[in-house]
Write a protein that binds this ligand. Sequence first.
Ligand SMILES: C[S@@+](CC[C@H](N)C(=O)[O-])C[C@H]1O[C@@H](n2cnc3c(N)ncnc32)[C@H](O)[C@@H]1O
Length: 211
Amino acid sequence: MLETKEKVMSALEKTLLSDDERESMTANPARQDEAFLKGAYAYLSTTALTARYSVISGIIEEHNCDRILDIGCYTGGLRASLNRHRAYHGIDISAHAILEAQKSYSHIEHTRFTVGDVRTVRFPEESFACVVWAGIGFGYSQADNQSFIDLFDKACEFCSENGILIFECIEGYSWIQTHIERVSKILNVLQVTYPLATVHNKRTLFISRKI
Ligand SMILES: C[S@@+](CC[C@H](N)C(=O)[O-])C[C@H]1O[C@@H](n2cnc3c(N)ncnc32)[C@H](O)[C@@H]1O
C-alpha cells in the first residue's frame, strides 16, 4: 500500500516540473542523474514517444547491423525494440538510469549497460556496426558548441568502417545536419511527428554512413 502511495506521489511530483525546471536540468551535463531522478526525462517513457524506438529498430533491421552502441541510452527502451540477436551496448552518464535499464533488460542475451560519459569514454578494442545517438541535446555537451561538435567525431570514432550512424533530435536542432555531413554521408532524413506526445513531439532522424 505504502509502495503504491509512493509511486503515485513520485508520478505526481514528476508532472509538477515546469518546462523551465525540466530544461535547466536536461541541458546541463552535470545534472543528468538529478534530471533522471526528478523525472525530467519521464516524458520519453510515454507510449506516445516510445514508438521512436521502433522507428530506429526498423532502420537497424534494414541495414542489418549486428552490434549497436546506444549513446545516452536512458533506461534502455531501445533494447526492448531491437531484434534480440543483435548485440547491444547502452551507455549513459546517469547511474540511476543505468540501474533501471539493467533491471529491465539485462536478462536479454548480448546486452550490456554501462555508466559512461560520451565526452570521455573510449572503446579501444571494439567498434559498432551502428551507433545510435537519440535525443541529442546540450545535456551531452560541455555546454559550449565546440564540445558539442566534437561529439559527432566521437560517435564516428565508435562506428566501424562503413558503419551506420543514427542521429535523432528535436526538430529545432536540425541544424546538426552540418555536423553530420562533416563526418558521414547522409543516406536518409526522416521528419517524424508523434502527435500525442506533450513534449518535444516533432523529431528529425538522420541516417548516415561513416566515410
Ligand atoms: C534526451 S535523453 C535521450 C534518451 C534516449 N536516447 C532516447 O532517445 O529516448 C538524454 C540521455 O542522455 C544522457 N546523457 C546526457 N549527457 C550524457 C553524456 N555526456 N554521456 C552519456 N550520456 C549522457 C542522459 O542521462 C539521458 O538519459
